[in-house]
Design a protein around this ligand. Sequence first.
Ligand code: F6P
Length: 368
Amino acid sequence: MSNKRVGLLTGGGDCPGLNAVIRGITKSAINQYGWEVIGFYDGFEGLIEGRFTRLTYEMVSGILTQGGTILGTSNKANPFGHIVKENGNIKKVDVSDQCMELYHDLGLDALICVGGDGTMTIAGKLAEKGAKIVGVPKTIDNDLMGTDVTFGFNTAFTTATEAIDKIHTTAQSHHRVMLVEVMGRNAGWLALESGLAGGGDVILIPELPYQIDEVVRAIRRRHTRWGKRFSIIVVSEGARPAGGKQVYQRIVEDSPDPIRLGGISHIVAQQIEQAMDVETRVTILGHLQRGGSPTPLDRLLATQFALKAMELVVEGKFNQMVALHGNRITSVPVKTVMGKQRLVPPDHPLIKVALSVGTSFGVPMDEG
Ligand code: F6P
């Protein structure tokens, strides 16, 4: 039994597979390496406030299939801009030195940070202060640089596709245009992939600002050319019209990334009804895309990422983020992913595939 200790936290918005990572890290730390795991509660909040626990084998047993995170998470906590409310005013304070003190007091040999771009950016800054960091990429948005895919995405993609399938039958029965709005922030991966898998007739993503005339044209074309009186439109929450703006659902002032997108599909629906004689309905999938049991693929990816993270820690390869390149589990320097977003390139093969089967992106490049 070594007396080595690794810290572990899950930061940012939750997603299916976080518990699989916590389990993988803890079991391999205890079984394979004889290390101790200190889990911080609620992401960086636990590091700031000194709230943590020693993770035991029993605590992580049976959590592989559970959504969420047994450690809790926060998409607001930031040691470099800790929000303090004073007389109703919000003040940001740098408490990173205090976090580093706790890191050293606990005798941590490394800190594994599981999260998205916000978490990796904070982790990278803690690394500059001397923390030995390993990152594990999660997010349903799949928008993290340096890895082909993040865990959590496959589950959200599956949930969104199942929802589109269900909307399909009711759209067909009522001859309606049904809009399904999915999450994804500024990246259209979730809309593109679930839209394609669910047979969406129109897919609107942030990377390809749409023209409403083109959307209407695509719906009309389905009717005149194929006799289809219903259409499914999959809308990314970050979609915006050409020359227009994204729709903000709310501003979360005490969050490092305060913009919460959502609601664009209501505007698109209204514009379609104004342009043509068809009934439209909107379904916003929201947070149910972040919940539920991880798919088998996400369980596998999360467990592989967990084992790779522990391997990096034990081998002393720090300031790296675990990554998937093709079929290979590897790692990239955390600093290469900090503050970046992986967006859908307009020439992505899946866009070509979608266009070939007649799907419209609401832009003039559409076929037909
Ligand atoms: O990043 C994950 C995500 O679910 C985004 O798709 C969405 O825009 C955002 O988080 C929602 O954040 P919140 O949970 O704060 O509403």
